[in-house]
Write a new protein. Structure first.
Length: 321
């Protein structure tokens, strides 16, 4: 029975991981496709109606009942970095002309940065096999991005925006991972989306970007971006952070750049070469190495074969402690 439960758990995790990569990648395509409005206007209408819906659902379900205000304030701070800062910088990068696959470079660099920080910030150690997988994945993403650089007419300064987005998401992720706050995914999303909506409303009002266009394609893009890159992707991001840990989750981000580049080639006619395809293979191999190493370390050891040890070499999810 325990073996069947383990297989079921693994299957759920794999499906959730695939859905996460697909929905997270879709967020890079929305601002490139919805060109009949400014990125700021699209962001405002992506978040404001969704915030209203989530607040109503939270109140009706009682998801916030008994949650201390200090926990909500902590989640609000995390949301400012992980959702507002990240999304605003990504949309600004695409608006400046950075190719969608190149914008996804932020998700390529992040796993390596996180791997260097988990030791001093979380007291965890990244194993040698995981480092090998991370480096392999990074090489793959560099090939993907390099193959697309020639198709971008963005000024050099625009490439600082993906870096800013990466920093914001890393800060938000570490704040969440180190936090003793245990709000459910629904309440977490509601708080993050609400603080992001408020910040965007203030900025858009000041910039005169509140009025949406009347086109149907705009509202299709709004509905799509609210449902997939926001609700699904961020919900899975926080869920997987607790289930598989920070190192394995960030390894999945290596697959975002290839998925985005492939979708950009299919939907936007962006460049896709042999070098890009080689990069895809390296990305997949790197993720496979990291996840296989994490899976081996997560297997329970036979207490009769060796003494029990503190599991310091594995990045355990916060909820398993």
């Amino acid at each position: 029975m325990s073996k069947q439960i383990g297989v079921l758990r693994l299957g759920v995790t794999i499906l959730a991981s695939a859905a996460f990569v697909a929905t997270w990648s879709s967020g890079f395509l929305v601002p490139a496709i919805a060109t009949d409005a400014s990125p700021l206007t699209l962001l405002v209408w992506r978040f404001v109606p969704l915030a209203v819906v989530l607040i109503v659902v939270v109140l009706a379900s009682g998801a916030a009942r008994g949650v201390p205000r200090a926990d909500m304030r902590r989640q609000a701070l995390i949301g400012i970095f992980a959702q507002f800062g990240y999304c605003a910088a990504v949309y600004a990068a695409v608006a400046a002309g950075v190719a969608t696959g190149t914008t996804a470079l932020i998700d390529a660099v992040q796993p390596l940065v996180v791997a260097m920080l988990v030791g001093p910030l979380l007291g965890l150690r990244v194993r040698a096999a995981q480092w090998a997988g991370l480096v392999l994945g990074a090489l793959g993403v560099l090939l993907v991005v390099r193959s697309q650089l020639g198709g971008s007419d963005a000024p050099p300064s625009a490439y600082l925006l993906p870096a800013l987005a990466m920093v914001c998401l890393i800060i938000g992720t570490f704040l969440q991972r180190r936090s003793a706050v245990h709000t459910g995914v629904l309440l977490t999303l509601a708080i993050h989306v609400t603080v992001t909506a408020v910040a965007l409303l203030l900025i858009a009002a000041f910039a005169g970007a509140l009025v949406p266009p009347a086109s149907g394609t705009f509202w299709i893009a709004v509905a799509f971006s609210a449902a997939f890159p926001t609700l699904a992707a961020y919900g899975l991001y926080w869920w997987l952070l607790r289930r598989v840990g920070i190192t394995a989750l960030n390894a999945l981000l290596f697959l975002v750049a290839p998925a985005t580049a492939a979708a950009g080639a299919l939907l936007l006619g962006e460049q896709l070469t042999v070098v890009t395809l080689i990069g895809f293979v390296l990305c997949g191999a790197g993720v496979g190495v990291v996840l296989a190493s994490e899976s081996r370390a997560s297997r329970p050891r036979d207490p009769h074969s060796q003494p029990l040890r503190r599991r310091i070499a594995s990045d355990e999810p916060a909820t398993s402690r």
